[in-house]
Every structure is written in structure tokens, then in C-alpha cells.
Write a protein that binds this ligand. Structure first.
Ligand SMILES: *Cc1c(COP(=O)(O)O)cnc(C)c1O
Length: 237
């Protein structure tokens, strides 16, 4: 069921052949996992960085600050433009040698507008940064709006700088609470997500996300809703 749900999310958000993902308990956990994965990716790629920072638009969800607090990262929030969207130029100016990650929202929670992800993707590629797109609200909404012919700017894995995304099943996936997805461009990036530990009597224990034992109810409920609605059901909503 998890594989089915992730496959649907990746198809909607144009994850290519290599794209992968996991189910989590909600948007906060999805963002936590993406930030943790980016941190450990940066530790491997950029060992010179000793005070890692993430650069966010002012409108980004506090889940990023929560993750940064737990993960010992620094957050720089940059004012948005007059149209309430992220300001890629100002974010570019805020990037320092300690920056590991950028994020944008599709859409952001406070204003409901989609950030200029295409510009952030270019910036991320130029500066070799991890770009996370927070589509907690829009991940299971914007693709259907686009399919129905309304204009929606490109905000997903079609943009090469997008390394990870969060999309909540328990918002516009219409699933019961406790279901979200965290998605990666490829498994090489996701390799930094799992936690493994072998310093106890039962051998190596590996967990992909934050939880240990996971409740199956929310996953089953999300799977049932996805099959009940189907593409036409989501479009009609
Ligand atoms: C809801 C939301 C989150 C956090 O998700 P939870 O499921 O409440 O943990 C993160 N980002 C955005 C844009 C959201 O709307």
C-alpha cells in the first residue's frame, strides 16, 4: 500500500524513473526527514561546512524551524516580494558558504501562493544547494487543477534543482489524519534518510523515517481513499 501511494504521488509530481519516497505521519515529519537527509548529504558532500544554514522565504512553514532546532541547523528567513512569493534574488544574496539548503512552498500556508520554484531551482543548481519544495498543501491539489486546464506554474521534479518534496495525503489527498509523503529525486539522495543502529543485543535496526513501529491505519485509509476517488474523483473535488 505504501508503494502504491508513493507511486501515485511520484506520478502526479513528475518524479522520474529514479524517484523514490516514503510515507510519514504528516507534513512536519516529511519536512523533518527532508531536512535531516539534506543535512547528512551536506556532511558527506561539503565536510568543510561547520555551521550549516538553511535559507527560507518568510512564508515557509514553522516545521522547517522545528526540524532545524532538533537537527542543530541555523535558519535564515528572507522577506517575500510584494506579491507574497519568495524573492529568489534576496534569497541568492542570503546564501553564504555555510548554506546547505533552500526551500520554497507550493503553495505556502499563510498566503496560498506558489513560490517561483523555477528560479529557486536555478539558484540551487548554481550554488550546489539542496532545494526542497513544500507541497504539503498543493501536492495532491495543484496537479489536478493543472489537469483541468488552469494555469499552475511548474513546481515539481520537472525542475532539475528540486531534490525533495513533501506532500500531505491528509490535506487535499482527502485521507484520514496521519498520512504524508516525503519524496526524493533519486535513491542516491535518499540514502542519507534512514537511521541504522547496531549497538544493542538484537543486531542492526534500520528505520526509514522518524517512527519505529508505524500505525498502518492511516496508510490503509489513505490507500482506500485514493482508490475510491481515482483521478476523476480528485479532479471533481
Ligand atoms: C500543513 C502544512 C505543513 C505541516 O504539516 P502537518 O501535517 O500539520 O505536520 C507544512 N507545510 C505546509 C505548507 C502546510 O500547509
Amino acid at each position: 500500500m505504501e508503494d502504491d501511494l508513493i507511486a501515485m504521488a511520484l506520478e502526479l509530481l513528475h518524479g522520474g524513473e529514479q524517484a523514490v519516497g516514503n510515507l510519514t505521519s504528516g507534513g512536519t515529519e516529511s519536512i523533518f526527514m527532508a531536512v535531516k537527509t539534506a543535512r547528512d548529504w551536506a556532511r558527506a558532500q561539503r565536510p568543510d561546512i561547520d555551521r550549516p544554514e538553511i535559507v527560507l522565504p518568510y512564508s515557509a512553514h514553522p516545521a522547517f524551524d522545528k526540524a532545524a532546532h532538533y537537527l542543530n541547523l541555523h535558519v535564515r528567513r528572507i522577506p517575500v516580494r510584494d506579491d507574497f512569493r519568495a524573492d529568489p534574488q534576496a534569497m541568492a544574496a542570503a546564501v553564504t558558504g555555510q548554506t546547505i539548503m533552500l526551500a520554497g512552498s507550493a503553495p505556502c500556508f499563510p498566503y496560498g501562493v506558489i513560490d517561483p520554484i523555477a528560479d529557486l531551482s536555478i539558484l540551487a543548481q548554481e550554488r550546489q544547494l539542496w532545494l526542497h519544495v513544500d507541497a504539503c498543501v498543493g501536492g495532491f491539489l495543484a496537479p489536478f487543477v493543472h489537469q483541468l486546464g488552469y494555469p499552475v506554474p511548474t513546481f515539481d521534479f520537472q525542475l532539475p534543482g528540486v531534490y525533495s518534496m513533501s506532500a500531505d495525503l491528509h490535506k487535499y489527498g482527502f485521507a484520514a489524519k496521519g498520512a504524508s509523503t516525503v519524496l526524493y529525486r533519486d535513491d542516491e539522495l535518499r540514502q542519507y534518510q534512514p537511521f541504522a543502529c547496531d549497538v544493542w543485543p538484537n543486531g542492526t535496526m534500520v528505520t526509514p523515517t522518524f517512527a519505529g513501529t508505524r500505525p498502518g491505519g492511516a496508510i490503509a485509509a489513505a490507500w482506500a481513499v485514493m482508490h475510491y476517488l481515482g483521478v476523476s474523483g480528485y479532479q471533481a473535488k
